[in-house]
Design a protein around this ligand. Structure first.
Ligand SMILES: O=P(O)(O)OC[C@H]1O[C@H](OP(=O)(O)OP(=O)(O)O)[C@H](O)[C@@H]1O
Ligand SMILES: NC(=O)CC[C@H](N)C(=O)O
Ligand SMILES: [Mg+2]
Length: 505
């Protein structure tokens, strides 16, 4: 998952974009980048690492201007080692475009060929976002007639982009000298919203992945961008909106509510925090129907993301909720780290047990999800080492059985602990005395009840239904092969032609 942000202001935006990216850091830890613009000239700094490491004072000073955009990256195409795949991406024609993307294109491999063979465009990385930018550039070129470029032409280009690209995408693009373009895929899989703030000399408009970025930077949340809709924000901060997709429906990604988004965000009218509480409530019913609550002494969350669900579950089953694991706040989120070896090592570095909460007790550990089983396996063992009598495990999300091709990095079935395994086999693998999972329909009901206007959820990793309906066996294979062939760090550094890199040299 990536976090994206774009701003049109009358004042310098470098610090503002930095602040917004910090608020979106939980969506991507591998790379960060900002582009600002003065008139038609772009300034960029992007590099691998977390926001705080990527931007030093000298880099910030080199980002002048009152319009700009930024991204924090969690790769789902290409790899984590490439500086060149960090975003934003830039193309000089037409007009000068820079783009940030959250999501994953399922037909990137076919588009890559098409761009070369038909549109005569060169793609220099494995990133699907570079493909997306070039499709947009090509369509803008086709739509644009005489100067100046008009709103109608911009929206026409977005409609053409919707027809060509498949998968999930929330996009912010800066068109040099014109303004900021933002659009969301026709199923609204990835989140995008915008807000405003009155400032001296006019209005400041911010587009961001999550409402927390708007709130945390003092902007008033206006609304979510609708699925298939495009916003064009001109340099005076006027927002022009148009539906650019032929067919649109709202199917936000369920995994945002389960794990990815911050609990203090509201996505498509649903409070992420409330969604997690509701999931805890329905999970409690599953627990009660599986074992008598009298067999449980204490409910312990696996920090961080499972806390709201565990709290609600404990209250519902009438058992104490205790903090049995302490999280080292300087270790990032393990699930979005690249590579299984580092993820495994990080669980122990990140979480440590408080023995007194475990000693001689029957504990029910609650996590928001079990994906590869890395966390649960370690945690169950740690609970035993800390002296627990029985260790039960509950997951606020159902078993993750199918690959995700829409922007969560689990492209192959084989890496999923629940794929082709019964609940009993998973229980045995993680070494728990009992394992209780959320039910798919119950989860959809519990979260869906928070906004009846939603058409449904993109929940393919739980139910195997891919909302775009057009992911072919070839697409699955291409995505999986591409991720499997990531190469190592050294290899990646060697193989890249660094076209637009302004990082430390
Ligand atoms: O089964 P796994 O493959 O281990 O993945 C699932 C775990 O990963 C996530 O935690 P993470 O440490 O990424 O972030 P958090 O601190 O927000 O919970 C998630 O909350 C689960 O704990
Ligand atoms: N998680 C994401 O949104 C990733 C965006 C894009 N597919 C990349 O890999 O850079
Ligand atoms: Mg976790």
């Amino acid at each position: 998952m990536c976090g994206i942000v774009g701003v049109i202001s009358k004042a310098p935006v470098n610090q503002l974009i930095y602040d917004a990216l910090l608020l979106l850091q939980h969506r991507g830890q591998d790379a960060a980048g900002i582009v600002t613009a003065v008139d038609r000239k772009f300034f960029m700094h992007k590099a691998r690492g977390m926001v705080r490491d990527v931007f030093r004072t000298r880099n910030m000073r080199a980002l002048p201007g009152s319009v700009g955009l930024g991204q924090v990256r969690y790769p789902t195409a290409g790899n984590a080692y490439s500086e060149e795949e960090a975003q934003p991406f830039y193309v000089n024609a037409p007009f000068g475009l820079v783009l940030v993307h959250n999501g994953n294109l399922t037909n990137a491999h076919a588009l890559r060929q098409e761009l070369f063979a038909i549109d005569r465009r060169h793609i220099n990385t494995e990133s699907d976002s570079e493909v997306l930018l070039n499709v947009l550039a090509h369509e803008l070129e086709r739509a644009a007639r005489d100067l100046p470029l008009t709103e109608d032409e911009i929206f026409k280009a977005v409609s053409a982009v919707h027809r060509r690209i498949k998968g999930s995408y929330a996009v912010v693009c800066l068109i040099a000298g014109y303004g900021l373009l933002a659009f969301r895929d026709p199923n609204g899989i990835r989140p995008l919203c915008y807000g405003e703030m009155e400032i001296e000399g006019g209005k400041e408009v911010m587009v961001a992945s999550e409402s927390v970025a708007l709130e945390g930077t003092g902007h008033r949340f206006v609304r979510d961008v609708a699925p298939g809709e495009a916003l064009f924000i001109d340099l005076d901060g006027n927002v022009h909106a148009r539906q650019c997709a032929e067919q649109a429906s709202l199917h936000p990604c369920m995994f945002e509510f389960v794990y990815l988004a911050r609990p203090d965000s509201v996505i498509d009218g649903i409070s992420v925090y409330q969604a997690r509480l509701n999931m805890g409530e329905t999970l409690a019913q599953r627990v009660i129907s599986t074992m008598p609550p009298s067999e449980i002494d204490v409910v312990i969350p696996i920090p961080e993301s499972s806390r709201p669900s565990a709290m609600q579950l404990a209250q519902k089953i009438g058992k104490p909720y205790r903090e049995g694991f302490v999280k080292n706040r300087y270790v990032g989120r393990t699930f979005i780290m690249p590579g299984q070896a580092v993820r495994k090592k990080s669980v122990r570095q990140k979480l440590n047990a408080i023995a007194q909460e475990f000693k001689g007790r029957n504990v029910l550990l609650v996590d928001d999800s079990i994906v590869r089983g890395t966390t649960s396996k370690e945690i169950v063992q740690m609970a035993r080492e800390a002296g627990a009598r029985k260790v039960y495990m509950a997951s606020a999300a159902p078993p993750v059985r199918y690959p995700n091709v829409y922007g969560i990095d689990m492209p192959t079935k084989s890496e999923l602990i629940a794929h082709n395994r019964s609940i009993e086999e998973i229980r045995e693998f993680i070494g728990a005395d009992a394992l209780i999972y959320q039910d798919v329909a119950a989860m959809k009901r519990a979260v869906g009840a928070l906004n009846p206007a939603i058409d449904g959820f993109e929940a393919s990793c739980f139910d195997g239904c891919y909302i775009t309906g057009d992911v072919s066996a070839e697409d699955f294979a291409a995505i999986a092969t591409q991720r499997a062939a990531q190469g190592d760090e050294e290899d990646t550094q060697r193989s890249r032609l660094t076209l637009h890199n302004t990082s430390e040299q």
